[in-house]
Write a protein that binds this ligand. Sequence first.
Ligand code: 9MG
Length: 274
Amino acid sequence: MPAMSAGLDWSEPRIMGILNVTPDSFSDGGHYTDLTAALRHADAMTTAGATLIDVGGESTRPGAEPVPVQQELDRVIPVIEAIAARLPVMISIDTSKAAVMRAAIQAGASLINDVNALQGEQAQETALALGVPVCLMHKQGEPANMQHQPHYTDVVQEVRTFLHTRAQPLLAAGMPPHQILLDPGIGFGKTLAHNLTLLRELSTFTQLGHPVLIGISRKSMLGTITGRTTTDRVAASVVAAVLALQQGANILRVHDVGPTADAIKVWSAIQQGS
Ligand code: 9MG
C-alpha cells in the first residue's frame, strides 16, 4: 500500500513523529538542524512506528518569534526532499505560510499541519488548491503572547465551535471529512485547567466526524503536574496519549515514538481482547 493511503487510513491509531528543524523548539530545538541528523532521526522514528513525520521550521513554543519565509523554506525543504527520497513514511509540513505549504508539497510532503487553522494570508486557498489533507488546530493568541492570560467562558464549546467553523469552507469546497483533521491545540493559549478540561472532554471533538489529532508530548502541562524536565516526561506523555486514544483520538503527535507505539499495541490488544 502506498504511504499516502496507509497514512490516511484512520481506522487504527497513528503516530506522527515530531521533527523540528529549528534552533529553538521547546524540547528538541537545535538537535536536528543538520540534514544528516534530521534524516537519521526521521529514520529512527519511522522504524519505531511513526506513520507520519511532521517537519517544522518555525518554533510554535510559547514566546517564539516568527521566522521569515525564506529561512523556513531553507530549513524544511532539504529535509523533506531527503525523507521523501529515502523513507517509506508520509510527511506532514508544520507551517502556517502558503509559500511553505506549496514548496513542501512539491518537495514530497502530503499533509499540511497548520497551528493557525489556515487563517493566514492565502493559506486556505493554497491548501485547497494543493488538494492534500490538512490538520486544523485551535490556538488563542500567537506563540509570542499566547500564554499571557488565556481566557475562555467555556473552553470546550469555544474550541469546538472554532474547529467546526474552520472546517466548513473546506467541506464546502469538496474536501472529504476524513482529510480534515481537527486538533484542540493543547498548550496553545490555554492554562493547565483549560488543557485538562479539553483532554477530559475530548470525546466532544471525536464526535465531530473528523479524525482528531492530539499533541501533548512533553508539553509544559506535564512538567507542571509531574515536576519533570522536558526530556524526562516520556511516561507522562504516554499516559496522556493513551487516555486521548481511549476517547477516540486518531493521531498522536509525539517525540517518543517507540514508547508510544508500545502503548498503542497494549491499548489495541485490550480493545480487541487478543
Ligand atoms: C506544531 N505543533 C506543536 N504542537 C502541536 C499540536 O499540539 N498540534 C499540532 N497539530 N501541531 C503542533
